[in-house]
Design a protein around this ligand. Structure first.
Ligand SMILES: *[C@@H]1O[C@H](CO)[C@@H](O)[C@H](O)[C@H]1NC(C)=O
Ligand SMILES: [Cu+2]
Length: 268
C-alpha cells in the first residue's frame, strides 16, 4: 500500500474503533422480567422486532446528541429522530428497572440521569409532546463518576420507579452524559434512551414536568465543564429530582385516618 492509503486505512480504523467503543442498550429488566432492547440493526429486518425501547435508525453509529441540539426535542428527548417503541412493559410502582448497556468506554465519564414522562399511549407518543420529571441522578461522588459505577456493575444502571406516582403509561428516559470533551464549546455528549412502561399500584402524584427541549442549555454548569480540573464540585444538570419519600408519610397518615389505604407500611 502507498503511504497515503495506509494513512487512510489507519484513520478509518481509528474512526471505526472509536465508534464501536460506544454502546447502546443490551437488555432491560423490568421488575425482574427481561425485555429485549432496541438494536439499531433492527432497521435491516423486515418486519423489525417490536420492543419496549424507542427506535433510532439514526443511532447505527452509537453516536450522541450534542449541546447545539438541546433546543430540538426530536433529538434530545430520546436520541436523534427516535420513534416510540411498539411495546410497553408493566411495572409496579416502587419497583426497579435494570438497564444494561452493551459496553461503555472508560474514558466517557459523566453523570447518569433518569426521567419519566406521563403519556396516554406510550406506543404512539411523540418526542415533542413528552414532559419529563427527573427520578434519579448520579454525578461524581467518592472519587467515582456514575459511568464508573455503571461499568463496574456489568454496564448496568438500576432505577427505582417512585412509589406514589399515578398509574398509567410513561416514557422512561435514561441518559448518560459523557463529559470527556465538555471543556470545549459543544463538547458534551448526551446518550438518551427511551423505554415504554405502564405503572400499576401507584398513588396519585403528577410531578411538575419539563419539555425535553427545556431540560438543558449549552452553558449549564454541568454541561460546559472541564472535568479534569474540578470533578468534585460537579453539578448535575437538569431539573431537581422528584422523590416520593417526602410525601409518603403525610399520605400514609392521611390514608390511615381516612381508611383510604393502599400504602404499604413496610416501605417506610
Ligand atoms: C453481565 O451481563 C451478562 C448479560 O449481558 C450476563 O451474561 C453476565 O452473567 C453478567 N455478569 C455478571 C457478573 O453478572
Ligand atoms: Cu466517544
Amino acid at each position: 500500500m502507498s503511504s497515503s492509503k495506509i494513512q487512510v486505512a489507519a484513520l478509518v480504523g481509528a474512526l471505526a474503533s472509536s465508534v464501536s467503543a460506544h454502546g447502546h442498550l443490551n437488555a432491560i429488566t423490568v421488575d425482574g422480567t427481561p425485555y429485549t432492547a432496541y438494536d439499531p440493526s433492527f432497521q435491516y429486518q423486515s418486519p423489525a422486532p417490536e420492543v419496549i425501547e424507542w427506535s433510532c435508525p439514526e443511532c447505527l453509529d452509537n453516536g450522541f446528541v450534542e449541546p447545539s441540539m438541546y433546543g430540538d426535542a426530536t433529538k434530545i428527548a430520546c436520541h436523534k429522530d427516535a420513534t416510540a417503541g411498539g411495546k410497553v412493559a408493566s411495572v409496579k410502582a416502587g419497583s426497579k428497572i435494570d438497564i444494561q448497556w452493551t459496553t461503555w468506554p472508560e474514558s466517557h465519564k459523566g453523570p447518569v440521569l433518569d426521567y419519566l414522562a406521563k403519556v396516554d399511549d406510550a406506543t404512539s407518543a411523540k418526542s415533542t409532546d413528552l414532559q419529563f420529571f427527573k427520578i434519579d441522578e448520579a454525578g461524581y461522588e467518592s472519587d467515582q463518576w456514575a459511568t464508573d459505577k455503571l461499568i463496574a456493575n456489568n454496564q448496568t444502571w438500576t432505577v427505582t420507579i417512585p412509589s406514589d406516582i399515578a398509574d398509567g403509561q410513561y416514557v422512561l428516559r435514561h441518559e448518560i452524559i459523557a463529559l470527556h470533551s465538555a471543556g470545549q464549546e459543544n463538547g458534551a455528549q448526551n446518550y438518551p434512551k427511551c423505554i415504554n412502561i405502564e405503572v400499576t399500584g401507584g398513588g396519585s402524584t403528577s410531578p411538575t414536568a419539563t419539555a425535553a427541549n427545556k431540560l438543558y442549555t449549552e452553558d449549564d454548569a454541568g454541561i460546559k465543564v472541564n472535568i479534569y480540573s474540578d470533578a468534585s464540585s460537579y453539578k448535575i444538570p437538569g431539573p431537581a429530582v422528584y422523590s416520593a419519600s417526602a410525601k409518603r408519610f403525610v399520605s400514609f397518615v392521611r390514608k390511615s385516618i381516612f381508611g383510604l389505604g393502599r400504602e404499604h407500611p413496610r416501605e417506610f
